[in-house]
Design a protein around this ligand. Structure first.
Ligand code: C2O
Length: 432
């Protein structure tokens, strides 16, 4: 069993090995499939329409935006890690994980910042080097919060994405996507959405900053999918994403008072360094103001059909309220926003609030979550997806569980988005 260490806690011996292995991988002949660039290209082959599905020539094989996200990246990292280990003849070598869910890990890890190391990548946002704290809810602009506020907000976001909003397998993993499925409007899982996407964008650079002369136009390397894995930090980022999968499964098993089968990573021969998980306790605090019921539209199902260029508030009728504890344990209430259309080459983000038109920020319960997309090249330029999160716990916490309706507020942050589908409430089984 090998143990993946937290990137900010590794020893200098470990670092020397990791650097050596990366150096050897980069030095392999260009046509060796284990070569670093070849490995990086494996990732973009599966996100830029590089391959069609077997027997379905018209359908791109896409590993993001659905339940393929976790398993694809788990195996992608697994082989990358095995190559590194074999090059230094250490079969127990394990990748580090970027521990962005812990206050001490909410920085670009130092081991990646030495310009003389092959773990360094010049296409990173130089304004986000330590001591700049990460913003897990990154909108494309740096926030003006204090360190304490930012840490608290990051932990609350983690709690929401891992616990409050992720109360069923579909919510956590993303929508099912099987061979031949032509519907490309799948909803991504909570963690893929945030902080996976936002950390990608936070790390990559863009035109006009950092004095880079060959301006990367799209947020390279990490900020756009085709180039993301050219940055060695990609693998540490995804190791933590993978760690979230393991943690979520353990939390679910605990909820069901079973041991379940939550340790698939151990079957692959690796586990994660046991570090404290501070966000478990970071349930957000509610504002609990009564919503204003002004201009909002009232309907059981609201179709917006409009470009999100300013804040939009919609009043949504609930079909069931005051559900019993047993009902809630059986089915999670989900807020769904369908027909979210955007340009695939843009970084897109909008925020969603329930019963709060004042945009009180991610630290509050009323902040339901954000829709985030990292851009990619190739394939269709116009994409359609949906936003979906569990709101059972949110409604309890804001004292709206018995209400007949809620006010759903959409706040644009960056990129051009049109909402062309219904906004509605749905119920989903909490069971696997
Ligand atoms: Cu395949 Cu973080 O993306």
């Amino acid at each position: 069993m090998s143990t993946r260490p937290a990137a900010h806690l590794v020893s200098s011996e470990y670092l020397a090995k990791y650097q050596k292995a990366t150096e050897l991988m980069k030095a392999l002949p260009a046509d060796d499939p284990r070569n670093f660039t070849q490995q990086a290209n494996v990732h973009c082959a599966y996100c830029n329409g590089g391959y069609n599905q077997v027997d379905f020539p018209k359908i791109d094989y896409q590993v993001h935006f659905s339940w393929l996200f976790f398993p694809f990246h788990r195996m992608y990292l697994y082989f990358y890690e095995k190559i590194l280990g074999s090059l230094i003849k250490d079969p127990n070598f394990a990748l580090p994980f970027w521990n962005w869910d812990h206050p001490n890990g909410m920085y670009l890890p130092q081991i990646f910042n030495d310009v003389n190391s092959l773990l360094y990548d010049k296409y990173r946002n130089c304004q986000h080097l330590p001591p700049t704290l990460m913003d897990l809810d990154y909108s494309g602009n740096d926030p003006t919060t204090t360190t304490e506020e930012q840490i608290a907000s990051n932990l609350t976001i983690m709690h929401k994405q891992m616990v409050s909003s992720a109360g069923s397998p579909k919510l956590f993993y993303g929508d099912p996507y099987v061979a031949g499925d032509e519907d490309t409007t799948k909803g991504a899982g909570t963690i893929e959405n945030i902080p996976h996407n936002s950390v990608h964008r936070w790390t990559g650079t863009k035109k006009g900053i950092c004095g880079i002369t060959d301006d990367p136009p799209y947020g390279e390397d990490m900020g756009i999918l085709y180039s993301a894995s050219r940055d060695p930090i990609f693998y540490a980022h995804h190791a933590n994403v993978d760690r979230m999968w393991t943690i979520w499964k353990n939390l679910e098993a605990k909820k069901k008072r079973s041991t379940g089968d939550a340790l698939e990573n151990k079957k692959l021969g690796y586990q994660y360094q046991d570090v404290e998980i501070p966000w478990l306790q970071s349930r957000p605090t509610p504002l609990r103001k009564k919503p204003t019921k002004g201009a909002a539209r009232k309907a059981p199902l609201v179709t917006l059909s409009q470009t999100l260029d300013s804040k939009i508030a919609v009043e949504l009728k609930r079909e069931k309220n005051s559900r019993s504890k047993a009902e809630k344990e059986d089915q999670v209430e989900i807020l769904v926003i369908e027909g979210v259309e955007f340009e695939s080459t843009e970084y897109v983000k909008f925020d969603v609030y329930v019963n709060d038109e004042d945009e009180s920020g991610p630290g509050k319960t009323e902040f339901a979550g954000s829709f985030v997309r990292v851009p990619h090249k190739g394939g269709d330029k116009k994409m359609t997806s949906k936003f979906q999160i569990g709101i059972t716990e949110l409604l309890e916490d804001i004292g709206a569980d018995d209400d007949d309706d809620l006010v759903v507020v959409l706040v644009p942050r960056t990129g051009t988005v049109t909402v062309n589908g219904p906004i509605r409430i749905e119920f989903d089984s909490c069971k696997d």
